[in-house]
Design a protein around this ligand. Structure first.
Ligand SMILES: [Zn+2]
Length: 264
């Protein structure tokens, strides 16, 4: 990334800001969380594309497998989804939170399920693939939050409801549809965007990967920041490789997030 390229993008962001907070939209993927030490288990080439005790991640995260035997998912998730206290937001999460705080954006669209954007101070987080923040009983639909479920999972047990039903996290499993309300909101944000900033997504998972395409086709300036190449690089106006450097450039412009609990 040359400083000239970043400056040119930043001027665009500043000029669009005058149109209001809907003009700039940030969309994040697993690369953002790997900087916090969270393994990219969905992405191609991610560490956990290899089997876990003989189960592929696609199988573990498939709705059919979950219905057949939820103990496989919860055994796996004990190592990946229910120990979120071990992870802290990094400079990318903080830069994203700061952009919202100062009115450059009205939130962030994320494919991540680790709630690190919220921990960094982002208020409006559109979780395209859901998250374990909330759970529902598959029988009576009673809701349970993360704190109510995590201790049971960490003990190695499958959480069940008082009605006897199995409790499932509100993560979008393979074979499940994206939440219609969330998807419509994200597509609407993308259509209204004047600048779309993609951070740490390989843009391989659909329908999430169509979000930047919608923005680009509606005339937005598209900026992709990802270590690897993506299928949308050819339609991007800006492509940077280094997420941390990009976030540092933003922080140099507008300062760090005011939620200083997680500053190193
Ligand atoms: Zn129930």
């Amino acid at each position: 990334m040359t400083s000239g390229e970043f400056e040119s993008l930043w001027q665009k962001i500043e000029s669009e800001k005058t149109r209001g907070s809907r003009a700039v939209v940030v969309f994040t993927g697993a690369g953002v969380s790997t900087l916090s030490g969270i393994k990219d288990f969905r992405g191609q080439g991610g560490l956990y594309t290899q089997p876990w005790h003989g189960h592929s991640v696609e199988d573990i995260l498939s709705l059919t497998s979950f219905m057949a035997d939820p103990s496989v998912f919860y055994g796996w998730a004990r190592e990946f989804c229910y120990c979120l206290d071990r992870f802290s937001p990094n400079i990318v999460h903080r830069a994203v939170a700061r952009l919202e705080e100062l009115g450059y954006t009205n939130g962030v669209i994320t494919q991540n399920i680790d709630v690190l954007h919220q921990k960094a101070g982002s208020r409006q987080v559109f979780e395209f693939h859901g998250s374990p923040s909330m759970h529902h009983c598959l029988r009576c639909r009673r809701a349970f939050d993360y704190d109510a479920i995590a201790p049971t999972v960490m003990k190695g047990e499958v959480p069940t409801c008082t009605c006897g039903g199995v409790i499932k996290p509100d993560i979008i499993f393979y074979g499940e549809s994206i939440n219609t309300r969330v998807m419509e909101k994200c597509f609407e944000m993308a259509s209204a965007a004047r600048v779309m900033i993609v951070l740490g997504s390989s843009l391989l998972v659909q329908p999430a990967a169509s979000i930047p395409v919608i923005a680009r086709e509606a005339g937005a300036t598209l900026c992709i920041v990802n270590a690897q190449s993506t299928p949308l690089d050819k339609i991007a106006h800006y492509k940077f490789d280094d997420l941390a450097t990009f976030a540092q450039e933003i922080v140099a412009k507008i300062g760090d997030a005011t939620n200083d609990e997680y500053k190193a």
